[in-house]
Ligand binder design. Structure first.
Ligand code: ZN
Length: 207
């Protein structure tokens, strides 16, 4: 092993787009120098039960069957599953217990200060009714993702944004931010998960 390539992920807790994660990870793996071990730097936010709308404790979710795991929304959670299946290492930075609403923000600062080699920000749209966060009248990414991704970007860590639906206007406003592009289509299929078909966009870097 010649070294370590650490990839920070941040994203919305309602994130479900597994295909975007595969695309982003394939492209990121292509930027990793040869003979390096890839580590996913992850805030370990609990996934959501899509039926109940409640958080599922991470340590309970890890014992679920694979199809059930992939049916739980949450970017940290889904990214960890894809990384583990890709043979990447996992580095977790959960928010400190009892740290209140500032906990996740302080945790984001901690993760960025570990100087990851790059950051992938999977931005879903904020769904807070009447949210007053500027710019007014423009749909914007969920706040934690916005904080972590913009902090990484302004700290000089190469950051790629993967916008979810409804955020084209925000990203047009933020033209200096790098957006992920779709890879060329590839016929290769990832192992099928019941109810979820993972199509691999790349050249088999991850498998
Ligand atoms: Zn908002």
């Amino acid at each position: 092993v010649a070294g370590h390539y650490r990839i920070l992920v941040t994203g919305s807790r309602s994130w479900t787009d597994i295909d975007a994660i595969w695309q982003a990870f394939t492209l990121a793996a292509g930027r990793c120098p040869p003979e390096h071990v890839i580590t996913l730097v992850n805030g370990q936010c609990d996934p959501i039960d899509p039926q109940l709308g409640e958080y599922v404790p991470w340590m309970r979710a890890v014992h679920m069957p694979r199809p059930q795991k992939y049916a739980l929304p949450g970017l940290d959670w889904l990214a960890a599953q894809v990384a583990a299946e890709s043979g990447w290492r996992l580095e977790f930075h959960p928010a400190a217990a009892g740290s209140g609403p500032r906990g996740p923000i302080l945790r984001n600062v901690e993760m960025v200060h570990t100087r990851p080699d790059e950051c992938l920000a999977f931005a879903g749209a904020c769904t807070i009714t009447g949210c007053r966060k500027p710019p007014r009248g423009l749909r914007h990414p969920t706040h934690g993702t916005q904080h972590c991704g913009l902090l990484a970007h302004t700290t000089g860590i190469p950051t790629t944004w993967w916008p979810g639906p409804g955020l084209a206007g925000w990203f047009t406003r933020k033209q200096h931010l790098t957006q992920g592009r779709n890879s060329p289509p590839c016929p290769q299929q990832l192992p099928h998960v019941d109810g979820v078909t993972l199509t691999h966009p790349g050249d088999g870097l991850l498998w």
